[in-house]
Every structure is written in C-alpha cells, then in structure tokens.
Design a protein around this ligand. Structure first.
Ligand SMILES: *[C@@H]1O[C@H](CO)[C@@H](O)[C@H](O)[C@H]1NC(C)=O
Ligand SMILES: *[C@@H]1O[C@H](CO)[C@@H](O)[C@H](O)[C@H]1NC(C)=O
Ligand SMILES: *[C@@H]1O[C@H](CO)[C@@H](O)[C@H](O)[C@H]1NC(C)=O
Length: 180
C-alpha cells in the first residue's frame, strides 16, 4: 500500500517538477548580464548639497564612527568621475545609516534611477548592503529593478575615487553586475 501511494505521488509530482524546470530554463535563456559603471557624488558642501542628515542618536556626536546618524541622498550619477564636466546618467536616491559601532560602516538602501542621458532612461536598480567605507572595495547586493531591469539581481562594487576630508564630499565609483 505504502509503495503504491509513493508511486502515485511520484507520478503526480513528476509533471510539476518538469514544468518547474522548463520555466526556470526559459527564464535563464532570456536573461542577460549587464555591467554598468557610474560615479556617485555625495555633495555635502556648497549651496546645493545632495545629502542631508535627517536624524541622529543622542550618542552619535560622541561616537568615533558617528553611529546612529541617518542620511538621505539624491546624489548625481555621472559617466565619468568629474561632476562638473561628466554626462549625468541618473540619480542615487535613498538613505544610508551609520551602522557600525566600532568600524565606520554604512548600511545603504538606495535606488539608482537612470535618466535621459542614459540608454536605461526610466529604469532603475535597487541596491542594499553593508558599505565599510574604509575598505578598498565594498560589495553590496543588487536586490531588484524596474523597467529593463525587472527581475534584476546581482551585486555592486564600490571604490572611493575621491574624498575631501575637510568638506566630506565624496566621489565613489560603482560597478554594477546585473542579471535581468
Ligand atoms: C551634535 O552636533 C550637532 C552639530 O555640531 C549639534 O547641532 C547637535 O545639537 C549635537 N547633538 C547633541 C545631541 O549633542
Ligand atoms: C526619458 O524618459 C522620459 C520619461 O519616460 C521621457 O520623457 C524622456 O523623453 C526620455 N529621454 C530621452 C532622452 O529618451
Ligand atoms: C576640499 O574642499 C575644499 C573646499 O571646497 C577645497 O578648497 C580643497 O581644495 C578640497 N581638497 C581636495 C583635496 O580636493
């Protein structure tokens, strides 16, 4: 009896398994991998900052890592490293939070939305992850996307290109490896 029941269950399951496998392979076949390199500009200084601090803990000022501060960004993304002369391809909008008590580390949650200067105009990718700002290369997750990046997944690698210690202005190179 038990063997028969198991055989019957297997007969029922087999078509389901096969159809799941076919669906997966179709999705994989239509998929592409796109590499995007952009420069992200966190402008703290000057008359038109693109990053603002919106909250901090009572203890943040005393923390060497500014633990507990919350920033909101609308940072320009450009093709080359120079904000003044490079083509604008999009904006990085979202938040980052100082989330390291001992090591300067940011928890990033932002959307890269591409604009008219980009071939991905109107599409976006969502990036989340741990950004240990002192490390040469920081890896974050690409967790999704819209438009041409629907169903996106992948990863981003961030490398600091320039950091002005007196103003806090930063330019970071982001390489995105996206499957979609
Ligand atoms: C922390 O420092 C900022 C800027 O210097 C100041 O405006 C704020 O009042 C300080 N906060 C606390 C809780 O000390
Ligand atoms: C980018 O997309 C917007 C909104 O869809 C559209 O109005 C605009 O014309 C597009 N720009 C280019 C350069 O394609
Ligand atoms: C940092 O910013 C200040 C103020 O804008 C500027 O005078 C200085 O040259 C900058 N330093 C670097 C290394 O770019």
């Amino acid at each position: 009896m038990r063997a028969m029941a198991a055989a019957a269950a297997a007969t029922l399951l087999l078509p389901l398994l096969l159809s799941a496998m076919i669906t997966a392979s179709v999705a994989a076949a239509g998929e592409q991998e796109t590499l995007i390199k952009v420069y992200w500009h966190d402008v703290v200084s000057g008359p038109d900052p693109t990053v603002v601090k919106v909250a901090r803990a009572a203890t943040t000022n005393a923390s060497k890592t500014l633990f507990g501060s919350v920033m909101v960004i609308d940072d320009p993304l450009t093709e080359g490293p120079d904000l003044g002369s490079s083509r604008l391809v999009g904006r990085a909008q979202g938040t980052y939070v100082s989330a390291g008590k001992d090591v300067p580390e940011l928890a990033m949650a932002m959307t890269f939305v591409f604009q008219g200067g980009s071939r991905y105009n109107g599409s976006s990718v969502a990036i989340m992850g741990r950004n240990e700002v002192g490390a040469d290369v920081r890896e974050m997750a690409v967790v999704g996307g819209t438009g041409v990046f629907r169903w996106a997944r992948g990863y981003a690698q961030a490398r600091t290109h320039a950091f002005n210690l007196s103003t806090g202005d930063a330019t970071v190179e982001y390489s995105l490896f996206v499957r979609h």
